[in-house]
Design a protein around this ligand. Structure first.
Ligand SMILES: Cc1ncc(COP(=O)(O)O)c(C=O)c1O
Length: 429
């Protein structure tokens, strides 16, 4: 049994009688959970369940200790110099909304925010909220091979750009963006640099000090941890200077009828009872990933995407198109594709006759449903990146995305089934 087949054994879902023979290719949406993570959460509930930072009895002190140790563990996993710089939130989406809300308070009409056309909606919509204050959101374009267009980036990085917020890895194209170089340019421009690490932290070694980003956001559920736990890393002085996001218990130092003062960071941003078991489960996930080694995780997924591109060539399925860079040095384990072109409604005149789609295409939802019949789980849709779909001239794609429990056999199964699907939908053309 190969190392990766052995790793797959650590994930109870693949041994469950409810879904025998599952080929799970949707880890960009959410990952499966190893037994050690499930056990860590169960162990907390069975032995220590109590609230944190409040009780002065045994199990509550243990719970607080477990929660804060989890913070330290996750903090060191991303190379943060101090655990105080790590705020536990629900997910990447909440972290980016927190930043838009708190940073937005200091922005004025005419200020600009620079993002890119390859962002997930969670790194677009929170910034669009600020447009009603007269703040402009600019979008860096992509090149034909799915990379950030650096010329366009330089052009749009202006003296008015207050914030640059970019994804580390695209959830649709798999592109790994050159953030170290970009970070330098952003800071030379005196702008704040925010990184959406939802698709990088699970899959490669991340070091926030090397990136020199001011903020970095990611989600536990995409990196073998539980749902409902996410992280915002922020440089301590930046977090200190920011206004709180949510108000309530835990985030205050004093409350009087004439006003309130705030707790120290990071608790200033953790209003209410936090997701204690989520933090503990995420810490267990981090230990598990450390055990494999993040370089090994990255190399394994690089091998899988290389193999995918090779299979694509070998199978040569008629009308199959895929998206994202062919250079696997800058490509994560994400493979988005279509069989035939699926243009959006406002771009599709040439593909329609009397309202009926012409040309040899299989809708991504049909691909997904047909693959499901053969126990292959992929996601189809816009992948919460509608502007990128529009830029690519498609309404949707199917997406296979990989993780530590996937092997080359999964990819062979995917292509075997796609070939069959193409034939079924061929309709004699
Ligand atoms: C690049 C990227 N950013 C942000 C998110 C949002 O993550 P969450 O739904 O966990 O907040 C996702 C989720 O797919 C993503 O792929």
């Amino acid at each position: 049994m190969s190392r990766w087949e052995q790793i797959k054994q650590d994930f109870p879902i693949f041994n469950s009688s409810k879904n025998s023979d599952l080929t799970y290719l949707d880890s960009a949406a959410t990952s499966q959970k190893p037994k050690c993570v499930i056990d860590a959460v169960r162990e907390f509930y069975e032995n220590y369940n109590s609230n944190v930072h409040r009780g002065i009895y045994g199990i509550s002190e243990t719970a607080t200790d477990m929660y804060e140790k989890s913070r330290e563990n996750v903090s060191s996993f991303i190379g943060s110099s101090h655990a105080n710089q790590l705020v536990f939130l629900r997910n990447t989406t909440e972290a980016l909304n927190l930043l838009s809300y708190t940073m937005g308070r200091n922005l004025v009409s005419g200020d600009e925010i620079l993002i890119s056309i390859m962002e997930h909606h969670s790194n677009i919509v929170p910034w669009q909220f600020l447009e009603e204050k007269g703040i402009k959101v600019n979008y860096t374009d992509i090149t034909a091979d799915g990379k950030l267009d650096m010329e366009d980036f330089r052009r749009k990085l202006s003296p008015r750009t207050r914030i640059v917020s970019l994804t580390h890895v695209s959830n649709l194209l798999g592109t790994i963006n050159p953030l170290v170089d970009i970070g330098r340019m952003v800071h030379d421009n005196d702008s704040i640099f925010i990184v959406d690490g939802a698709q990088s932290t699970p899959h490669m070694k991340v070091n926030v000090q090397d990136l020199d980003c001011d903020f970095f956001a990611f989600s536990g559920h995409k990196m073998l941890g539980p749902s409902g736990i996410g992280v915002l890393y922020g440089k301590e002085d930046m977090l200190e200077s920011m206004h709180p996001f949510l108000g309530g218990g835990e985030m205050i130092r004093t409350v009087t009828t004439s006003g309130s003062t705030w707790n120290d960071v990071p608790l200033k941003f953790e209003a209410g009872t936090p997701n204690i078991e989520g933090a503990i489960g995420l810490s267990a996930a981090v230990d598990y990933l450390r055990g494999i080694g993040m370089e090994n995780v990255r190399n394994h997924e690089k091998d899988l995407i290389e193999y995918t591109l090779k299979m694509e060539e070998e199978y040569a399925i008629p009308d199959m198109v895929s998206y994202g860079p062919k250079n696997t040095d800058i490509r994560g384990g994400v493979y988005s594709f279509n069989i035939g072109e699926i243009p959006p409604m406002d771009m599709d005149e040439k593909f329609r006759e009397n309202g009926v789609m012409i040309g040899s295409s299989v809708h991504p939802h049909d691909i997904s449903t047909s693959l499901d019949a053969g126990n292959v789980a992929v996601r189809s849709g816009h992948h919460c990146a509608m502007p990128l779909n529009h830029r690519l001239g498609v309404v949707a794609t199917s997406r296979a995305s990989y993780y530590v429990y996937n092997t080359r056999e999964d990819i062979e199964k995917l292509f075997d089934q796609l070939e069959k699907i193409r034939k079924v939908y061929d309709l004699g053309r």
